[in-house]
Every structure is written in structure tokens, then in C-alpha cells.
Design a protein around this ligand. Structure first.
Ligand code: NAD
Length: 310
């Protein structure tokens, strides 16, 4: 095992079951001390009295690793900050944060009650933001941090009945985009995992054959690569069944419209060129797009190119 985390400390949220448990075991197996966080709730977020976090801690200790259990609800910032403080008191630092905790409250948007929408956004998006915020100052001070947020194909591509979950899961990608930029100077690298796995979350949706292929163990190697010392940053890694792919948000070259073409009719007429994927590119940051349009607009008008300062 050449990739090791000896001397490092990781927090994994929702690590009492499914993917989080597997990530926690994978980190511990390679030497990290792990804070196994889990609120112990059912898939729809109801209290279940589960002591799953302690069970995973016992598994880690049984293989000679170091771990502590934590029952913080990721939606409660004070509880999350207390978890981070306890991790630092026990293990000395936090190097890695894996935001994995999650619930589902699926319904078509027509039937969705707004409290169910809010609850799912609270757990996935605010839960992730709370945990990132609670470690951020500490990681910045130490000049080192590796953070992963967990998205879903439902957030990236859409899925019937998951408007709340999809919105939250797209939200964490937005959070990653900015945290990766803001963390760069302090060597805080922030990536996104987009898993598809056989867990209690998906067991009723897939056939036994598919579930057998998509075991969480086939995804954790990708997670470990995203929190390694030489991890990339701002990457969305799709993972499932041992398959890995990079997911990118790209922008087409597009068109610059002038005069009578700068009308809704002109946009409709240009739609094929606007959507032409040839030469599509990934934007580095928000101003990349502003610069592109300012330059494109200037070039179309025969004006000098502005925005050289950005
Ligand atoms: P899971 O239900 O097996 O595990 C989720 C864990 O999170 C549970 O142990 C639960 O107790 C815990 N949890 C829930 N709310 C919490 C809270 N407020 N605070 C702390 N812990 C809390 O589900 P899983 O399939 O392992 O999912 C893990 C993550 O991966 C989730 O974010 C999920 O949305 C995401 N994901 C899963 C799949 C998949 O195919 N299973 C696909 C895409 C994304």
C-alpha cells in the first residue's frame, strides 16, 4: 500500500453505514486516525437509535487502527464545531474531511412539501457547509487540508422525484468550486465525489445483480485518491463498480450577436451554433466567463480587447 495516511486525522460524516463506513475503514486501513461521525438515522432522516458510529469505531480498533465515534447532527453547526474541537483534542489536528452524511425525502415536485425540501437541503448542503466551516480556520492555519463533498448524478443530471436532493447535491458542487479557489493558497484542496453505490439508499431501486456490482468498496479507492497529499483540486470524480470518470461543466464557444441579430429571434436562429459542443471549454472561475463575453463582444464590434487585467 504505497498511499498511506499515517499521522493524519480524518473526519468522515455519515460513516456509520454505506459509503461513509467504507471510506472510514479505507482511511483507517491506510493509517489515518478517523472520527466516525453518524447521527444514526434512517434513510429518511428519522431517529433510529442506531449506534452505528460506535460499531465502525470497534471495527477500526479491531484492525489495530485509531478512531473515535461522534454523534453530531451535521445540520447543527455548534455540534459540528464541538466534533472538530474534540478531534483536535484527541488526535492533535484534522487533515481530511469527507462530507458524506445524507438522507432522502423523495417526492415529485408537485407533491413535495417545502419542509421536506428544506430538510434535505439542510442535511446535504448546510451540513457540508457547516463541516467545511468548522475545519476551515484550522486547516488554513496549518496550511494543509483535503476536503471531499459528495454529490450525486441526481444533482448533476436530474432525477424524477428528487428536486430537493438534486438541488442540494448541485449546491455542494458550487460550494466546492469556490472553496477550491479560496483554499488554494493554504494548500486546502477540495474535490467532489459522485458515487453510485449499493447501499440502503439504493437497495430498493436496483436489481440484485446490479447491487452486487456497485458495492461501496469499489468507490472508496477514488475517495482515497481525492484526499491524498497529491490530490487534484476542484475535480468531480464519478465512481461506481470500479469505474471512474471525470465530470466537467463545460461552456461552448458560443456566438457574439450584433444589431438585428441581438434579438430573441437572433438567439433562436443561432441556437445550433450556441449549442455546438466543438471547442467547449471548462472555465477556471467566474471571471473567465465575464472576460470571454467582454472580449467576444468587443471583437464582434471591432473594439480593443478589454479585461486584460483579470
Ligand atoms: P446511507 O444511508 O447508507 O448512509 C448515510 C449515513 O448518513 C447514515 O448512516 C445516516 O445515519 C447518516 N446521516 C444522515 N443524516 C445525518 C446527519 N444529519 N448528521 C450525521 N449523519 C447523518 O447512504 P449512502 O448511500 O452510503 O450515502 C452516502 C452519501 O453518498 C450521501 O451523501 C448520499 O447522498 C451520497 N450518494 C449515494 C449514492 C448511492 O448510490 N448510494 C449516489 C449518489 C450519492
Amino acid at each position: 500500500m504505497s498511499l498511506r495516511f499515517d499521522g493524519q486525522v480524518a473526519i468522515v460524516t455519515g460513516a456509520g453505514a454505506g459509503l461513509g463506513r467504507c471510506h472510514a475503514l479505507g482511511l483507517a486501513e491506510r493509517g489515518a486516525a478517523v472520527v466516525v461521525n453518524d447521527l444514526g438515522v434512517t434513510t429518511d432522516g428519522q431517529a433510529s437509535g442506531s449506534d452505528a458510529a460506535h460499531a465502525v469505531v470497534e471495527e477500526i480498533r479491531a484492525m489495530g487502527g485509531r478512531a473515535m465515534a461522534n454523534g453530531a447532527d451535521v445540520t447543527d453547526f455548534d455540534a459540528v464545531q464541538a466534533m472538530v474541537d474534540a478531534a483536535i483534542a484527541e488526535f492533535g489536528q484534522v487533515d481530511i474531511l469527507v462530507n458524506n452524511a445524507g438522507i432522502l425525502l423523495d417526492k415529485s415536485f408537485a407533491k413535495m412539501e417545502m419542509p421536506a425540501f428544506k430538510k434535505v437541503v439542510d442535511v446535504h448542503l448546510f451540513g457540508t457547509a457547516n463541516c467545511c466551516k468548522a475545519v476551515w480556520g484550522h486547516m488554513a492555519e496549518r496550511g494543509y487540508g483535503r476536503i471531499v463533498v459528495t454529490t450525486s448524478c441526481s444533482g448533476l443530471y436530474g432525477n424524477f422525484g428528487q428536486s430537493n436532493y438534486g438541488a442540494a447535491k448541485a449546491g455542494v458542487v458550487g460550494l466546492m468550486n469556490t472553496l477550491a479557489i479560496e483554499g488554494a493558497k493554504k494548500d486546502i484542496r477540495v474535490n467532489t465525489l459522485a458515487p453510485t453505490a449499493a447501499t440502503r439508499m439504493t437497495e430498493s431501486l436496483l436489481t440484485p445483480e446490479t447491487l452486487a456490482l456497485l458495492q461501496p468498496e469499489t468507490i472508496t479507492p477514488g475517495l482515497l485518491a481525492l484526499v491524498a497529499e497529491d490530490a487534484p483540486t476542484k475535480m468531480i470524480l464519478g465512481a461506481g463498480g470500479g469505474c471512474f470518470a471525470e465530470i466537467r461543466i463545460t461552456e461552448t464557444q458560443g456566438v457574439a450577436l450584433l444589431d438585428e441579430d441581438l434579438t430573441p429571434e437572433g438567439v433562436i436562429a443561432a441556437m445550433d451554433r450556441i449549442r455546438d459542443p466543438e471547442g467547449a471549454e471548462v472555465m477556471d472561475n467566474a471571471f473567465s466567463q465575464t472576460r470571454k463575453y467582454a472580449r467576444g463582444g468587443a471583437a464582434a464590434r471591432g473594439l480593443p480587447l478589454p479585461w486584460n487585467d483579470i
